[in-house]
Design a protein around this ligand. Structure first.
Ligand code: AOS
Ligand code: ZN
Ligand code: ZN
Length: 432
């Protein structure tokens, strides 16, 4: 029996107020789609099956390097973060897994943590290592890099931490390790590009050797920050080179915010798919660069075009295609639970819209070089409001038809505020 943080009878009662209207909207959309030969029930099943992971660190209020404005009832440890993740899944119905981050998530007893997540019906995916900051008492510093540091002691410490993360992840049942490092330089000439990359690859090879047989290792590229002149895995080029050199269990991870403005990310996705190197995603949105804004809040068409590639790969039954979906956002002015619920649904929305594209028709337009009809076919999917499908998928599994109003009516945040006193000394929650 799954434990819930928001009483399921309460969610049901909220849903019943809207169920009749939802049914009418759903039927109307179903009738419209059927004219194009599209079965709304198949789409509703696809929406129901779609799941995206929540990052444990996303449940705390974010901040910038200038300031952080903590909210009320913020989770203070991994057990409380897990409670919030349970709420997100109960409302959205599409976030049944959590990605841990070490050592931000301090775990004394992995068995107890696993039991707790099991009780909420949540799984653990993708262990994230952290070698972009020094921990208290750390001797070999990461100031000048971790896996690519010129000092062997620092490289060894970074390698060991990643191997520890694999071991911790195994206790929680995760099957991949995500590596994002802050290694890079701030001054031209500071770093020898080739030697630094060689050191990175040698270190990463040590981690690769420690991967269990059924695990993958995902490398995350990022063009800037915290290093502002050069970054060791600055783009998908360095990323795929590293992944190819390291071996088949190493793949690239695409964080939407980690590219130069206007980069054609959907095309990067297509290339990674073609060479069996698409490991997964960190979804978020941005206007400038790694702003970590809510998914789909700025460029929903870009997100749709990425899903167009993903749906296309699945349609073509591309071998070894199984990317991991996860959110990676920073919530500075909203309640993180609300942002994560909405964002998960926005990603799910892009997926369902991409399913509306008639693949065979699109291939025909492409072969005939009919640019207008090809782009119109995509826009047809993007412009269709699939909200009733998403809401029906939620309703049928006992999640909320209207997640945000239901969440607010539950008073969850106010209630946890009573049992989670704010640390008066608390500053950043470690959001990057
Ligand atoms: C950093 O910019 C990356 O997006 C990381 O994926 C992530 O935010 C980090 O690992 C959280 O520490
Ligand atoms: Zn990320
Ligand atoms: Zn980032």
């Amino acid at each position: 029996m799954t434990m819930t943080k928001i009483d399921s009878a309460f969610v049901k009662a909220q849903n019943e107020k809207e169920a009749a209207f939802l049914q009418r909207d759903f039927d109307a959309l179903g009738e419209k789609l059927s004219r194009d030969g599209i079965d709304i029930e198949a789409l509703t099943k696809a929406a129901s099956d779609f799941q995206i992971a929540v990052p444990s660190w996303g449940t705390g209020t974010g901040g910038t390097r200038f300031a952080r404005f903590p909210g009320i009832g913020e989770p203070r440890n991994i057990f409380e973060k897990l409670e919030d993740c349970a709420v997100i899944n109960e409302l959205s119905g599409c976030t049944d897994s959590v990605s841990p981050h070490f050592p931000w998530d301090k775990v004394d007893d992995f068995t107890e943590l696993k039991q707790r997540s099991d009780s909420y019906g949540l799984k653990w995916v993708s262990a994230n290592s952290n070698t972009f900051q020094d921990q208290p008492g750390q001797v070999a510093s990461f100031k000048y890099g971790s896996l690519s540091n010129t000092e062997k002691a620092s490289r060894d410490a970074a390698i060991q931490h990643n191997i520890d993360c694999i071991q911790w992840g195994e206790q929680l049942g995760t099957k991949s390790l995500t590596i994002w490092v802050g290694d890079g330089s701030n001054h031209p000439g500071q770093q020898h590009f080739q030697r630094a990359f060689e050191r990175y690859l040698d270190s990463a090879a040590e981690i690769y050797k420690a991967l269990p047989a059924d695990w993958e290792m995902h490398l995350e590229h990022k063009m800037f920050e915290p290093a502002f002149y050069s970054t060791i895995i600055q783009d998908w080029g360095s990323n795929i080179l590293a992944a190819m050199q390291l071996g088949p269990k190493c793949k690239s991870l695409v964080d939407l915010g980690h590219h130069a403005p206007n980069t054609n990310i959907e095309m990067i996705v297509a290339r990674l798919i073609q060479f069996k190197k698409l490991g997964g995603f960190h979804f978020n949105d941005s206007k400038y660069g790694d702003d970590d804004l809510d998914s789909g809040s700025i460029q929903p068409y870009r997100q749709f075009l990425i899903f167009n590639e993903l749906v296309d790969a699945a349609y073509r039954k591309e071998p070894e295609f199984d990317p991991a979906y996860m959110l990676d956002q920073s919530h500075n002015v909203t309640d993180p639970i609300e942002s994560l619920v909405n964002s998960a649904i926005e990603v799910q929305r892009s997926y369902i819209k991409a399913l509306l594209v008639n693949r065979e028709a699109l291939y025909g337009y492409q072969d005939a070089n009919d640019a207008m009809m090809a782009s119109t076919e995509l826009k047809k999917g993007f412009n269709t409001d699939v909200s009733p499908i998403l809401a029906m998928a939620r309703y049928r599994k006992g999640a909320a038809i209207s997640p945000i109003p239901t969440y607010r009516a539950s008073n969850y945040r106010k209630n946890v505020d009573k049992v989670r006193p704010r640390d008066p000394k608390a500053t950043g929650s470690g959001i990057i």
